[in-house]
Design a protein. Structure first.
Length: 281
């Protein structure tokens, strides 16, 4: 009798154990399914969580093209890119160069109608403009034997009008990008120190640039004349003593970088990206 009870007890324990194991096994798929459902219900990470590369578009003359750069890398652009990419808030920087040697304001104004330039400006976070030096040099070339200050004053009126038109076109394509207008400099200051009139001309044209750029939102003037006037270093390209050399471009890039509004660069792009994510939900 005792043997039967013992066997019966063992059977009951074994059956209850199998039942519990079977129940656990049958519950496992439902637990996994619940986990999968819970994971799928979690919010997806918006694309704006991963910032797009900051895009810098440079337009203008030989200073943008980089004439005098021994490595032919685009003058100040690679130096500026390197500095910006060290910023913790910037993942990467794309530099787009639309500089052409010898460009004056009238020529740049026409080039801004090209589809490629318009599209790049439209996508830009910042736009750097170098223009004006060749407008001044045109007066020199046309009146070399009989230069007078009023000739530069007359030419400056046309420069101011076209500069506004350039900035208006840029703003019509992009209403949020930062704009940086780089000033002109006197490359002859070290060689013709007594020709103070040339410094006066450069200063007046720079003052015009400052006043005009202040008429636009998120637009800034970058002064570089003092870099070349006050430096004891050799900053000019040895083959023409007119364009900057590598060191000259490095200092221009440093000045642009120091005057840039780093905290808001690309901010509008991120907001637009975030808005796009919301629209897709």
């Amino acid at each position: 009798m005792r043997y039967r009870i013992t066997c019966l007890f063992i059977c009951i324990v074994w059956i209850s154990g199998c039942g519990q194991s079977s129940e656990t096994a049958s519950n496992q798929p439902s637990v996994q399914q619940k986990s999968i459902i819970e994971l799928s219900e979690k919010d997806t990470i918006p694309a704006s969580f991963f910032p797009d590369p900051v895009q810098i578009v440079s337009i203008g003359d030989s200073l943008t093209q980089g004439v005098g750069d021994s490595k032919d890398n685009g003058g100040y652009l690679p130096y500026l890119q390197n500095k910006l990419e060290k910023e913790p808030s910037i993942t990467s920087v794309e530099m787009i160069n639309h500089g052409i040697r010898g460009n004056r304001t009238d020529q740049l104004l026409k080039r801004l109608d090209k589809a490629r330039i318009k599209e790049d400006i439209k996508q830009a976070d910042s736009i750097v403009v170098t223009i004006g030096g060749n407008d001044i040099m045109k007066v020199f070339k046309q009146n070399f034997s009989n230069l007078e200050l009023n000739q530069f004053e007359s030419a400056k009126v046309g420069y101011e009008k076209r500069l506004r038109q350039i900035l208006d076109k840029v703003r019509s394509e992009n209403d949020h990008a930062q704009i940086y207008l780089v000033g002109v400099y006197n490359p002859f200051s070290k060689w013709f120190a007594d020709f103070y009139e040339l410094d006066m001309i450069m200063n007046e044209w720079n003052e015009s640039g400052k006043e005009i750029i202040e008429e636009y939102d998120s637009a800034y003037f970058i002064e570089i004349a003092d870099i070349f006037k006050n430096s004891e270093e050799d900053l000019l390209y040895a083959e023409d003593y007119f364009h900057p050399n590598d060191r000259g471009y490095e200092l221009i890039a440093t000045r642009i970088y120091n005057d840039m509004d780093i905290t808001t660069i690309g901010e509008d792009t991120l907001e637009a990206s975030a808005k796009g994510d919301d629209d897709q939900e």
